[in-house]
Design a protein around this ligand. Structure first.
Ligand code: RFL
Ligand code: PHB
Length: 395
């Protein structure tokens, strides 16, 4: 079937869905192609921390009702090291800003509902998606629909919002992109368990045995991670062994211990930083994880997807409303300024908090000195807080 739209969007993750909905509110039409089923995209367990700007965006586009009811406002985090807890107070250090704990799959559910209620066109289970004629005025997307039929969409523009394993970035000719990458020599072992929260605020704990993050999802479900080998196998870890590891790494001087409960999900996550430049080739624009990946320590990935979508939507709006191409021309540079700052912050948090294989006592002492400094100096903790709650989007 031959189809036509203004902006063809590949990927129904946070970047693609936010972009599609913001464009709709500006009177710009789009078709979203997603390779997975609706049930599958609504079930993927990923991020949990939304910056204030991401929350404000969800509210502004009319998708924030459940988030405001069920999301949990967090006004600080705890850095735990040398058996002691130091709190970073976000509102006091950032003129009142905070973050919201709300699962990424709930953000996805709310955005899909908002899109479909307003007549949005999302094609789930789109197979063999490919992009053509990217450097012409009429780029095209081909895909197979649910029944196996071949479809072609003629677009004014294509937005590659298909994550780090998508088809858009690899469709750009080699030589037209620069890829900058860092691999970290560890991963995260993540669990979900049925238990009450162990702490009112997230705990980022540095320990010789490795980093631990105590996060949460709801009053009944908790999310926790411990640093592991990048190739760690899930079946090496019984529930008892997992809890023993958490207890060992989370020790405090007053004998604090996490609340335990049945573990119903275990995953190992690799850690890397990656940025591609520019985030554009001809009429293909990359947004979110398709253009950059950060290690999860700074809680920035989803929030960068949201800021890219906002910057790109503003550029499309200027094009369709005022025939201005300047914002589209500046999209990559504008987005990359924020991306690189979040890449730096995520790299810094990761480097400060993890145990590096082969690290000697000198390196360890430096890490502890850095944590001592960050938590003891008002300017240093203000810098952490300002980045954690999210830097502004520059014009
Ligand atoms: P996504 O979410 O990967 O969505 C891309 C979508 O594109 C689809 N797709 C295709 N569709 C059609 N044809 C193809 N060929 C396709 N190839 C792919 C996919 O099925 C998918 O639906 O990318 P997007 O929208 O850029 O969003 C990025 C975020 O998902 C990601 O950065 C965050 O989850 C990162 N992240 C966190 N970010 C935060 O801001 N705060 C956090 O607290 C946080 N914690 C995390 C995280 C990521 C984690 N993992 C699993 C890596 C915690 C973890 C454990
Ligand atoms: C999470 O709850 O999944 C989470 C929270 C904070 C992070 C990373 C992941 O830095």
């Amino acid at each position: 079937m031959a189809l036509r739209t203004q902006v063809g969007i590949i990927g129904a993750g946070p970047a693609g869905l936010l972009l599609s909905h913001i464009l709709h509110l500006q009177g710009i039409e789009s078709i979203v192609l997603e390779k997975s089923s609706r049930d599958d995209v609504e079930a993927i367990i990923k991020a949990g921390v939304l910056e204030q700007g991401t929350v404000d965006l969800m509210i502004a586009i009319g998708a924030g009702e459940r988030l405001m009811k069920e999301g949990m406002r967090h006004e600080g985090i705890i850095l735990r090291f040398s058996g002691r807890d130091e709190r970073i107070d976000f509102p006091a250090l950032t003129d009142g800003k905070s973050v919201m704990i709300y699962a990424q799959h709930d953000v996805i559910k709310d955005l899909i509902e908002a899109r479909l209620e307003s007549g949005g066109d999302i094609r789930f289970e789109a197979r063999d998606v490919s992009v053509y004629d990217l450097d012409s005025d009429a780029p095209k997307i081909r895909f197979r629909g649910k029944e196996g039929e071949v479809n072609e969409i003629s677009c004014d523009f294509i937005a590659g919002c298909d994550g780090s394993q998508g088809v858009c970035r690899p469709s750009i000719p080699a030589g037209a992109l620069n890829v900058y990458e860092r691999l970290y020599p560890f991963g995260w072992f993540g669990i979900l368990c049925k238990a009450p929260p162990s702490s009112d605020e997230l705990i980022y704990a540095m320990h010789e045995r490795g980093f631990v993050l105590v996060s949460t999802r709801s009053p009944e479900i908790q999310r926790m991670y411990f640093q592991c080998e990048p190739t760690e196998r899930l079946d090496n870890w019984s529930d008892d062994r997992i809890w023993a590891e958490f207890r060992a790494r989370l020790q405090t001087r007053d004998g604090w211990a996490p609340k335990e409960g049945p573990i119903f999900s275990k995953t190992v996550i690799g850690m890397r930083s990656m940025v591609v430049e520019p985030m554009r080739y001809g009429r293909l624009f990359l947004a979110g994880d398709s253009a950059h990946v950060v290690p999860p320590t700074g809680a920035k990935g989803l929030n960068l997807a949201a800021s890219d979508a906002q910057i790109l939507a503003r550029a499309f709006a200027a094009y369709y409303k005022a025939r201005r191409s300047d914002l589209l021309g500046q999209y990559s540079a504008t987005a990359l300024r924020r991306v690189w700052k979040a890449t730096r912050f995520s790299w810094w948090m990761t480097s400060m908090l993890h145990t590096f294989p082969g690290a000697d006592v000198f390196q360890r002492r430096l890490q502890l000195a850095e944590l001592d400094y960050v938590t003891g100096s008002r300017v240093a903790c203000a810098a952490l807080a300002e980045n954690y709650v999210g830097l502004p989007i520059e014009q």
